[in-house]
Design a protein around this ligand. Sequence first.
Ligand code: PLP
Length: 394
Amino acid sequence: MVSEKMKELGSKRSVIRDLFEYGKLKASEVGEENVYDFSLGNPSVPAPKSVEETITKLIKETEPTLLHGYTSAQGDALVRKTLADNLKKRFDAPINENLMYMTCGAAASLTITLHALAEKDDEFIAFTPFFPEYRVFVEGTGSKLVCVDTVDGSFQIDGEAFEKAITKNTKGVIVNTPNNPSGVVLNEESANTIVEILEKKQKEYSHPIFLITDEPYRELIYSDVKNPCFLNLYNNTVLCYSYSKSLSLPGERIGYIAVSDKAENKADLYASVCGAGRVLGYVCAPSLMQRVVAACDGETGDLDAYRGNRDILYNALTEMGFECVYPDGAFYLFVKSPIPSAEEFSNKAKEYNLLIVPADSFGVKGYVRLSYCVATDMIKRSLPKFEELMKNYK
Ligand code: PLP
């Protein structure tokens, strides 16, 4: 009567959502101030002031049927031109407004791109750890997700493992830097390794292998490191972007796809992106928000707040003896569980009302993820609880 596959997906909550719901229930029992919820990646800093100012100005000055009306299916032409010009200026990258497609956030950017590329028997590679929805997005196209482990501890690219995983069926590779859940920014060596191997394998199999760069955290970097701009390194790149994190607008659902102006058969690839947008019903992204991001592109919320949270949490937890890769970006800490089972560790943490996500669904075992896009005060109040938790393992 209904699709069993869809029913299954819709009936199961992600482990992150489970923990979040548990937190709400617990808060009603013990009080909100006694629950330390590190589960969700919902930005805790408000959107920059310019977002509100732009919305007010647009509402005052734009004719309502235009402001709230349909735009072109692929997005307003002037918005795409403004964004393309900005991107060219900021990254000197091969961007063309006629190869851009406005979307409802990174999830839409990724699902459209994957549907645009996927054919029978195709495989897509993701490096561990990865955003768990990649599995749903890839398998939703009928393709296979192939997971490739990174170097344990640093989570940089393991070239040998990557090369071994590529087959004649590999259609694309998803990279996410800065990374959810590790906070790692891929270094130059990792970026070059990915590109060299892809160039070699494209030649060997005589067909393009696309690099899908999932970059919702592109601007969220707190250290003196540079995020690789793959559009400048590899021709067959499709950039999937979202303003959910950079402008703190996750509920407004706005982002874009940019097919490289140097991609092979770029016109066909872009036509396929437009076709996938139609099939999935992702046409004409929110009209007001398209205009807002065109005005505010490149800005961010208060990064100092995230940097401060990272420093407090990273310094305190490592001092207590927890092991954790230094997170240069995004707003997550990826902490090694002191026992083999991350689930057991997360359950133990629950006894102290600490909500931390076991990371098995991120493709690596034995780690938990903590989101530090939360109130600084909550982080500070949680530290004695982490100390008590750690005592169980000393
Ligand atoms: N990709 C990654 C790595 C994410 O962390 C997220 C959201 O947390 C998404 C994609 C989806 O982003 P959006 O809310 O813009 O759809």
